[in-house]
Design a protein around this ligand. Structure first.
Ligand code: FAD
Ligand code: NAD
Length: 467
């Protein structure tokens, strides 16, 4: 029997891969998607965005029941049922990953379960768990969407039990009494928040001198205050050197200035970033070029150095975000169908689902200063916002940066309730080249959190009303 032939073979079924496959099929191309794991959806659906958000939601409710319901006149004595919380998370994951299988079927995409491996630039072998090649696919074009994996830290060997990455942190069977988190980035503080809310004493060790080092300077300062309120302790500006598993737990040794210190905990989460993943792809066979961080090198049209081979998502440069991977998936599918695929990298929002939530789009104040761009700042706190007060969620603010001369929006940074939803308006405004005044002159419903966005826009023009 001859090998099956497809216009496009996508390797990896994460948000980059499955969205690319669907868009290509919509445009009339014949498509196969090869996935090494038993379920579709990649890191995002299986062990990333979705399970973490499910646990963030549940743990925030537990925390509110413990600490905040009484402010509303509701008296309860909550008891944690961790197995049920985990089952709810698994159910959500199951329904969404099955949803991707359903979308493949609906769009006529042929799924292959097995490791995708290059035999040549236009031939992809599907390798089963026993190493046997179960199919060889002939491809008009191949899209690498193989994602990323947890970054390792020298001196801190992960055993998956005492010392682990985000995947294990999403499935602990008991609340660790003392949890150390290495890295005050997105995963460290999302997962650190989950376990702190459920009762762990969490200590975060961070190499830089602030949390969320890449965030706008005011946001990271405010976020740190809120995490301290939750009881999370920070050791900033420290370098973890080693971890030793003992009978009682784990002893971390870290350097703080000139001194060497130790910290004893029960469990350690390593969250110092993620690395591009090309394991098992056999890119060497086709001469695929990766950069020094392991990312597949691509040009502005996601073309690798090998003709007909494209790459998208976490395995290429840019922010490691599900929606960035999706946008690239759509763009590549459109390019393969002869259309002009494009992604505006200046307007990719990012959200951190802690409490308060953090969201941003565009450039930070530091980036504008470094680039020598003159800008105005508009600020508005959630404190006087009626909806935020009704929600008992007045911590935080909106910070809007616009061009000093033209008032064009350059960046918006929000820390506060539902910041991740509020940022969508700002991203849309930036996509349309709006000014702060355009937002300020748009009627926003009352009482809504979005009024804080409008007020920050008014403030950028020196005419804030409610503060
Ligand atoms: P992935 O989702 O990693 O998918 C790659 C797929 O390729 C995987 O299914 C893998 O099994 C498969 N694969 C790899 N190699 C092969 C091969 N050789 N053959 C066949 N299959 C292969 N981003 C957000 O935007 N919002 C969030 O809230 C968010 N939360 C996160 C929380 C956590 C804990 C983590 C770890 C990540 C989170 N992310 C979040 C990041 C997000 O998950 C990634 O940016 C996104 O999944 C990248 O999509 P992708 O398609 O490039 O790769
Ligand atoms: P990150 O890059 O967000 O944070 C890593 C942190 O570790 C940084 O603050 C860094 O300074 C610190 N660090 C690095 N080396 C260290 C060391 N030796 N000692 C102490 N600290 C050290 O990475 P992450 O939190 O692992 O997340 C990985 C990726 O997953 C991110 O790129 C993020 O975009 C994505 N993600 C996104 C979301 C979301 O969008 N809500 C959620 C989770 C993950």
């Amino acid at each position: 029997m001859s090998d099956p032939t497809y216009d496009v073979v996508v390797i990896g079924s994460g948000p980059g891969g499955y969205v690319c496959a669907i868009r290509a099929a919509q445009l009339g191309l014949s498509v196969a998607c090869v996935e090494k794991d038993d379920t579709f959806g990649g890191t995002c659906l299986n062990v990333g965005c979705i399970p973490s958000k499910a646990l963030l939601e549940s743990s925030e409710l537990f925390h509110k029941a413990n600490k905040e319901f009484k402010k509303h006149g509701i008296l309860v004595d909550p008891v944690l049922d961790l197995p049920t919380m985990m089952k709810r998370k698994d159910k959500i994951v199951g329904s969404l990953t099955r949803g991707v299988a359903g979308l493949f079927q609906k769009n006529g995409i042929t799924p292959y379960v097995g490791l995708g491996r290059f035999k040549s630039a236009r031939e992809v072998e599907v390798v089963g768990p026993d190493g046997v090649v179960t199919a060889t696919l002939q491809a008009g074009a191949v899209v690498i969407a193989t994602g990323s994996k947890v970054a390792q830290l020298r001196g801190v060997a992960m055993d998956g039990e005492r010392i682990f990455g985000s995947t294990e942190a999403l499935a602990l069977e008991a609340v660790p009494e003392r949890l150390a988190v290495i890295g005050a980035g997105v995963i460290g503080l999302e997962m650190g928040s989950v376990w702190a809310r459920l009762g762990s004493k969490v200590t975060v060790l961070e190499y830089m001198d602030k949390v969320f080092p890449g965030a706008d300077v005011d946001i990271s300062a405010q976020a740190q205050k809120s995490f301290r309120k939750l009881g999370i302790k920070f050791k900033l500006g420290v370098a973890v050197q080693s971890a030793e598993v003992t009978d009682g737990g784990v002893v971390l040794t870290y350097q703080e200035g000139e001194t060497t210190e130790t910290l004893e905990v029960d469990r350690v989460l390593v969250s110092v970033g993620r690395w591009a993943n090309t394991d098992g792809l056999n890119g060497e066979a086709i001469g695929l070029v990766t950069d020094k961080r392991g990312c597949v090198e691509v040009d502005d049209h996601w073309r690798s150095n090998v003709a007909g081979v494209y790459a998208i998502g976490d395995v290429v440069k840019g922010p490691m975000l599900a929606h960035k991977a999706e946008e690239e998936g759509v763009a590549v599918a459109e390019i393969l169908a002869g259309k002009p695929g494009h992604v505006n990298f200046d307007v990719i929002p990012s959200v951190i689902y802690t409490h308060p939530e953090v969201a941003s789009v565009g450039r930070t104040q530091q980036q504008l200063e470094e680039a020598g761009v003159a800008f105005r700042v508009g600020r508005f706190p959630f404190l006087p916002n009626g909806r935020a007060k009704a929600m008992e969620a007045s911590d935080g603010f909106v910070k809007m940066l616009s061009d000093a001369t033209t008032d064009e929006l350059l960046g918006v940074h929000i820390i506060g309730p539902l910041a991740g939803e509020l940022i969508a308006e700002c991203a849309l405004a930036m996509e349309f080249g709006a000014s702060a005044e355009d937002i300020a002159r748009t009627c926003h419903a009352h009482p809504t959190l979005s009024e804080a966005v409008k007020e920050a826009a008014l403030d950028a023009n020196g005419r804030v009303i409610h503060f």
